[in-house]
Design a protein around this ligand. Structure first.
Ligand SMILES: NC(=O)c1ccc[n+]([C@@H]2O[C@H](COP(=O)([O-])OP(=O)(O)OC[C@H]3O[C@@H](n4cnc5c(N)ncnc54)[C@H](O)[C@@H]3O)[C@@H](O)[C@H]2O)c1
Ligand SMILES: [Zn+2]
Length: 382
């Protein structure tokens, strides 16, 4: 982890899921190798690229060029950008377009985009002709380190996020770190919260490395590739142990129980991106762990300092509009957490810390303790 960084052509992380194992190829300009890799994996397959308008503008031509230069036939399906595309309506449109593009059982769907496109196209592939393979080409940092790996796909219901979906592992993931150069700095930062999460939940040395090297990760180059590869390795290891989230995979939800409640309280709007909610949620999880005596206060402060150093929000009060519109009171936040999938028979499941680098699943957290903690946090300035 602390070995000197050399710029190599690419790093390959293996997701060890037996007959559904696949590679995550990470590096600058690895998108150029997409066509050749697909030709080798699935000779003669047709492809259809699902992407969003913004990503199409920057990266669709390059993606198509890689496919056509390898002799692969392809077509394009472009959806609107953002969470609004994870709907029944978009799923219907994408699915019908895939049928119209004559994508058959041995052909491939290519998801070119952030987590929204990956979840939508992956789900469409999962149900098309009872399951067609797909390739993830994640273009946001969040998608490269999180959503493109592990096989969760799906859309939102009017009744809640990600309530409809399927486990469907990709055949290949191509994470081109150069593609992130066109991502907005705020989106990059939000994705970085998930990178830091892997350090906080399971790898103290990686967290320490990030504290020193985050500037280089933001700039690009070898440090960025190293951070993405380390994150993917961490996720791949957990997914290989617990593909369907019956145990350890829940550790990946560190910061997410609080974070989702904050996203819901701000109406899933631009006031708070997912990763920003996770950053605040991780700080709350660390501080709550400290309040229970599980970790020293200084460790919680260290998590908070690092996230603040990269410019992520770390306080409830950092949420846009907090001073004017407020957020929600502790009761409302508790109600939002109770709606989350992480509730079992009245008790809340939280991911708490025993140390930086050692998260644990706490299934029996007393709701009144959380309520009182939130009440204090909603009033405090630190
Ligand atoms: N399946 C999973 O395991 C999993 C895990 C985490 C999150 N998710 C899902 O992922 C989604 C969030 O993903 P996201 O943050 O990538 O959102 P997103 O897909 O909406 O992308 C964020 C924005 O960045 C733009 N964008 C993406 N790549 C770009 C690039 N290279 N250059 C310029 N603009 C670019 C997009 O057009 C969009 O406007 C949520 O729906 C969430 O539920 C899924
Ligand atoms: Zn997340």
């Amino acid at each position: 982890m602390t070995a000197p960084l050399k710029h190599s052509d690419s790093t390959i992380v293996d997701v060890a899921l037996e007959d559904r194992a696949y590679d995550i190829v990470i590096g600058r300009d690895v998108l150029d190798s997409l066509g050749a890799r697909i030709a080798a994996l699935r000779p003669g397959a047709r492809t259809a690229i699902v992407t969003d308008q913004t990503v199409a503008k920057h990266w669709l031509d390059k993606t198509e060029a890689s496919l056509t230069s390898a002799g692969i036939s392809t077509s394009r399906i472009v959806v609107g950008e953002g969470e609004g595309s994870k709907t029944w309506d978009s799923l219907a449109k994408v699915s019908e377009a895939l049928i119209a593009a004559k994508i058959e059982r041995n052909d491939l769907v290519i998801a070119l985009g952030g987590g929204v496109v990956g979840d939508l196209a992956g789900f469409a592939a999962a149900i098309l002709r009872r399951g067609v393979d797909f390739v993830q080409v994640p273009t946001s940092l969040l998608a490269q380190v999180d959503s493109s790996v592990g096989g969760k796909t799906g859309i939102n219901s009017p009744q809640g996020k990600n309530l409809l979906g399927a486990f469907h592992q990709p055949l290949l993931v191509i994470a081109d770190t150069a593609v992130l150069d066109t991502l907005s700095p705020r989106q990059f930062r939000a994705g970085y919260a998930e990178v830091a999460k892997y350090g906080v939940l399971g790898d103290a040395a990686f967290f320490g490395w990030l504290e020193k090297n985050h500037g280089e990760v933001f700039k690009g180059g070898a440090a960025r590739e190293h951070a993405i590869a380390t994150s993917c390795r961490a996720k791949a290891a957990i997914v290989a142990r617990d593909e369907r989230e019956t145990g350890d995979r829940a550790l990946l939800n560190l910061g997410h129980t609080f974070g989702h409640a904050l996203e819901a309280a701000t109406g899933f709007s631009d006031r708070l991106f997912h990763g920003e909610g996770v950053a605040i949620g991780m700080v709350l999880a660390a501080e709550f762990s400290a309040s229970l005596g599980m970790i020293p206060q200084a460790d919680a402060a260290r998590v908070k300092r690092h996230l603040a150093d990269v410019g992520l929000p770390t306080h409830l009060q950092d949420i846009a509009g907090f001073a004017q519109e407020g957020l929600a009171d502790a009761d409302a936040l508790m109600a939002l957490m109770a709606q989350d999938k992480k509730v079992r028979r009245g008790k809340l499941t939280f991911i708490l810390l025993q140390a930086i680098g050692r998260a644990v699943i706490a299934r029996d957290v007393d709701p009144s303790g959380v309520h009182d903690f939130l009440q204090v946090k909603l009033k405090s300035k630190t």
